[in-house]
Design a protein around this ligand. Structure first.
Ligand code: PMP
Length: 362
């Protein structure tokens, strides 16, 4: 029997998600040692996690299954988030990605509104779950939320709304009053705050008022543990209970659990790196705008979207890559002239600037 007979009918229409490539593969492709690559393409914290996080993993009981109820983790996260959030309102996941998938599996709507340009996983996971994504473009130039267009999408049948604040890849954040206006719509409202530690106003105070609001967060960006995959949802306790009921029982593994709790415990140390990254974001903007052909969009995040003027953005990304500097380009019409660059350490910015100067000479 041919396996194709047993596949879902829409399998041909599923697009593969294009994640970033592993460093060793890139190093091989570029012909440079891994240690010489400057990784500014995935918004990781290049300072890494503090020693206390590694110590916690070293001491963990890795031979025992994790707690499916995530009790210690949920309590620690609720304390970290504040705003009156209780552990019953927290659901941990294998990264925020896991929770996006879980929300689709729990709701299974026909259509979802995705405010774009956006993180690609919303549409990707919608399609995997047979949910049709409807793109709601942000306003041209500023990439501000087009609230009327979003309202139209909800009126047209979108039962879930995905929006990100600060947004990836544009960097701009939502005001809490804008978030409130969205929560008043007749839809489940997902506000992805993956980058909230770097700036912007959290919608968390609205959780007490709106049971249709779900906030997504992650330890991947601020805490330096993207490799461990820990994210969480904040929502109504009833909705959280349902998410807990249908998730993979052991979705937050033992190493991830203890590392996330150690990160919370040692957050003062990690926030020093967050502050350094925010400062470096400013320095990067000044240096790159000084080159005369890159224009920064205001960013409340740990990356900046730059408009490339007078040359091809795609060619710039290629030229940087040849020199071992990795940044992000999006092959879509609304971002064709832009590149997204993560904030790194001062030495990363220095390598970036030197490489951009080389690119400009060509
Ligand atoms: N949301 C946004 C907006 C992101 O940019 C990312 C990572 N690029 C994620 C979620 C995924 O986070 P995690 O690593 O926790 O799955």
């Amino acid at each position: 029997m041919d396996y194709r007979r047993f596949l879902r009918e829409d399998v041909g229409a599923l697009e593969e998600y294009q994640p970033v490539k592993p460093l060793d593969v890139l190093a091989e492709e570029i012909g440079m040692p891994v240690g010489q690559l400057v990784k500014l393409d995935a918004n990781e914290n290049l300072y890494g996690a503090p020693a206390a996080v590694y110590d916690a993993i070293a001491k963990a009981d890795l031979h025992i299954y994790p707690d499916p109820g995530q009790n210690h983790l949920r309590e620690a996260i609720a304390g970290y988030v504040g705003h009156g959030v209780t552990p019953e309102q927290v659901v941990g996941g294998t990264g925020a990605d896991d929770l996006i998938d879980l929300i689709f599996r729990l709701t299974m709507p026909e259509k979802v509104a995705v405010v774009t340009p956006a993180f690609g996983m919303y549409s990707f996971l919608a399609k995997i779950n047979r949910v049709q994504p409807i793109e709601v473009p942000r306003l041209p130039g500023t990439f501000d939320l087009d609230i009327d267009a979003l309202r139209d999408a909800v009126d047209d049948g979108a039962r879930i709304v995905f929006l990100t604040s600060p947004n990836n890849p544009t960097g701009n954040a939502l005001l809490i009053e804008q978030a409130r206006a969205v929560c008043e719509m007749d839809a489940l409202v997902i506000i992805d705050e993956a980058y909230i530690e770097f700036g912007g106003e959290s919608a968390a105070p609205l959780l007490a008022e709106f049971s249709n609001l779900v906030i997504l967060r992650t330890f991947s960006k601020w805490a330096g543990i993207a490799g461990l995959r820990v994210g969480y949802a904040l929502c109504d306790p009833g909705f959280a209970k349902l998410m807990m009921a249908i998730k993979q029982p052991y979705n937050v593994n033992v190493a991830a659990d203890v590392a996330a709790r150690a990160a919370i415990e040692h957050r003062a140390e990690i926030f020093e790196t967050v502050r350094a990254l925010i400062a470096e974001r400013g320095r990067m903007v000044r240096l790159l705008e000084g080159l005369g052909w890159l224009k920064a969009l205001p960013s409340a995040s740990n990356f900046v979207l730059f408009r490339v003027e007078g040359r091809s953005a795609k060619a710039v990304v290629k030229g940087l890559r040849q020199q071992g500097v990795l940044v992000r380009y999006y092959p879509r019409p609304d971002l064709a002239d832009y590149i997204r660059i993560s904030a790194g350490r001062p030495e990363d910015t220095d390598r970036l600037v030197a490489a951009l100067r080389q690119v400009a000479l060509r």
